[in-house]
Write a protein that binds this ligand. Structure first.
Ligand code: 8YV
Length: 315
């Protein structure tokens, strides 16, 4: 008999097919009455397959008394209640590394789009403004300017490597300096980092400790020439302070792939002109999503075969 797993959100067809071949999958996201569904299936569930943004709450976890593992499709596992996992001895896996380069590519694209006004320039050419009004208004250069990376982990390192190709002056912040044998400057505090950069990339993993790490003080330190680029989690920025800073010109702009309450955005984001919006698609390439799906299954398969988990999260 196949192990019974609870699936929290939809996966692409190329993941659904092998997952359903290997496991008896109970589709939580299809259930009309979620509580009744959990009450009926909870005791049979041995693993949860979820997505980064969906995670699993304490209520989900405690509704499954025979749960052993939560396999997350995503590097970020902040939406999983880790304390509940510790309390009940449940293992957690994620999908690190396979997505870092794609997320870094998007972060750099967002910097370019924001500074060189790609979206507006496309509209200028498309709408006929070019013929009617003449050349597109000038914008700010990217190369040679100062970049700060908050969180030089796997994704942050990929971002910094790419920015080096733009001859940027690169600094970073995090819990401790990293030894990459490079000339990148370490600043202990996010405020110092913001004071010393034009483009502030947020690439740290999200936890209670990093909640609103980019607050009003950090935005003030970034200043009116500065742009925030967030490819991590919305909780790493005080969104209200960010919106006010964009409205008043305290900072120059923002490029965001993540939002509080996504996919429903704070409506103020939709009216701001100094902002680039992305619908949480940093890892959204066929190549990476296939690798993520494969890793979700590999962790499940290893668990049920009694083999070491390839990418277990330390709890
Ligand atoms: C995914 C992510 O969009 O890896 C993460 O933490 O947020 C993204 O890669 C998401 O987890 C897919 O559901």
């Amino acid at each position: 008999t196949k192990p019974i797993i609870l699936q929290m959100g939809a996966y692409p067809e190329w993941d659904e097919i092998p997952l359903n071949a290997q496991y008896d999958v109970r589709r939580y996201f299809d259930a009309a009455d979620k509580d009744a569904f959990l009450a009926e299936h909870g005791k049979d569930i041995r693993a949860i397959a979820t997505r980064g943004e969906l995670g699993a709450t304490r209520a989900h976890i405690e509704a499954c008394p025979n749960l052993e593992l939560i396999s997350v499709y995503g590097v970020g596992y902040d939406a999983v209640d880790l304390q509940a996992c510790r309390d009940h001895g449940i293992k957690v896996t994620n999908t690190p590394d396979v997505l870092s380069a794609d997320v870094a590519d998007l972060a750099v694209a967002m910097m370019l789009a924001s500074s060189r006004k790609l979206v507006e320039a496309d509209a200028w050419a498309r709408s006929g403004d070019w013929e009617k009004k003449g050349g597109f208004p000038l914008n700010r250069r990217v190369w040679g300017r100062r970049a700060g990376v908050l969180g030089l982990g796997r994704i942050g390192h990929e971002i910094a490597k790419r920015l080096a190709g733009f001859d940027m002056d690169i600094s970073y912040s995090g819990s401790a300096p990293k030894d990459y044998g490079s000339a990148w400057t370490f600043y202990k505090s996010p405020i110092e980092l913001a004071q010393n950069c034009d483009f502030l990339f947020i690439a740290c993993s999200a936890s209670a400790a990093t909640r609103h790490i980019v607050n009003q003080d950090v935005l003030n330190a970034l200043g009116e020439e500065g742009t925030v680029i967030n490819v991590s989690r919305a909780s790493n920025i005080d969104e209200d302070a960010l919106i006010k800073s964009l409205e008043t010109g305290t900072i120059a702009g923002a490029a965001l792939d993540v939002f509080e309450g996504e996919p429903a955005l704070d409506p103020r984001f939709k009216t701001l002109s100094n902002i680039v919006l992305q619908p949480h698609c940093g890892s959204g390439t066929f190549e990476t999503r296939k690798a993520m799906g494969a890793l979700v299954r590999e962790n499940l398969d290893c668990h049920f075969a009694g083999r070491p988990l390839p990418t277990q999260v330390e709890l």
